[in-house]
Design a protein around this ligand. Structure first.
Ligand code: HBI
Ligand code: FE
Length: 290
């Protein structure tokens, strides 16, 4: 994570909360073209794979394919729906700054757009991942409230040294969450929704486990940052997600002081499985996970 001093060299106007001006007028035609390419790829794969809440959010916020959205205009639409705003940041911001924004219903979005050779994978969150992937779900009131609660919980977890556990909740819901709908499993996680290949893989491939969401189970499960997930966690509804997490985590954090930590691909006898993955990594063959 770059320090604010390092970022100031590139972004002299950066504020103490790590926000910058989006400088929308500085995007080139090629930048907008990259957005359009990414958008159109996702448009082909998301129907029937993304949940209606995500697709409705895209539509309601008028996040279209023509150009990179102007975050100010987007915020005006989003604010009307759920009182959230989108603010521009260079890319990843420090945890405490990130939580402070979420707790105040501001979503920090990377302002830059990836290069044409990075359509399939990029390490740092850019405007496509953040705006296309994250912002549509913020148009849903219960999800908007969940994100605010996560920000508040993040500040608390940091003080208690429980951030690694809480970050797993974010990872397996906000970034890589699936939801069970009467029509079948659907995706809502932004990391999936902004990836063409993982949108198909997460919902349809036989390889990964799909396990019903359980808060303590999730907080004990490591995750992969460099590959498709080996396990996805499935909620029945956003009300379930909110209800299961809008509580005092004190007793849970106490339980997490002991007991097991699970590898990303592990299946437990207590898991409620939507799908048992066919692909098993051998012990010791793991790549880096967090
Ligand atoms: N910064 N811009 C940005 N986006 C994130 O998703 C993000 C971040 N900083 C920290 C962070 N995520 C995570 O550490 C927490 O959710 C745990
Ligand atoms: Fe993200």
């Amino acid at each position: 994570m770059p320090t604010i001093e390092a970022l100031r060299a590139r972004h002299p106007e950066i504020r103490d909360d790590f926000t910058i001006d989006q400088h929308w007028a500085r995007y080139t035609r090629a930048d907008h073209e990259t957005w359009r390419t990414l958008y159109r790829r996702m448009e082909k794969v998301l129907p029937g794979r993304a949940c209606d809440e995500f697709l409705n959010g895209l539509k309601a916020l008028k996040i279209g394919d023509e150009q990179i959205p102007d975050m100010e205009r987007l915020s005006d639409e989003l604010y009307k729906l759920t009182r959230w705003r989108v603010v521009a940041v260079p890319s990843l911001v420090p945890d405490d700054i990130f939580f402070e924004h979420l707790a105040n219903r501001r979503f920090p979005a990377g302002y830059f757009i990836r290069k044409p050779e990075q359509l399939d994978y990029i390490e740092e969150p850019d405007v496509f991942h953040d705006v296309f992937g994250h912002v549509p779900m913020l148009a849903l009131p219960v999800f908007a409230d969940y994100m605010e609660a996560y920000g508040k919980g993040g500040m608390r977890a940091q003080g208690l040294g429980m951030l690694p556990n809480l970050a797993r909740l974010y990872w397996y819901t906000v970034e890589f969450g699936l939801i069970a709908k009467p029509e079948g499993l659907r995706l809502y996680g932004s990391g999936i929704a902004s990836s063409r290949a993982e949108s198909i893989y997460s919902v349809e491939d036989a390889s990964p486990n799909r396990i019903h969401f359980d808060l303590e189970r999730v907080m004990r499960t490591k995750y992969r940052i460099d590959d498709f997930q080996e396990s996805y966690f499935v909620i029945d509804s956003f009300d379930e997600l909110f209800g299961e997490t809008y509580k005092d985590f004190g007793p849970l954090y106490a339980r997490l002081q002991s007991g097991l930590t699970h590898e990303p691909g592990t299946i437990l006898s207590t898991d409620r499985l939507h799908h048992r993955g066919t692909h098993r990594y051998q012990p010791g063959s793991h790549r880096a996970s967090a």
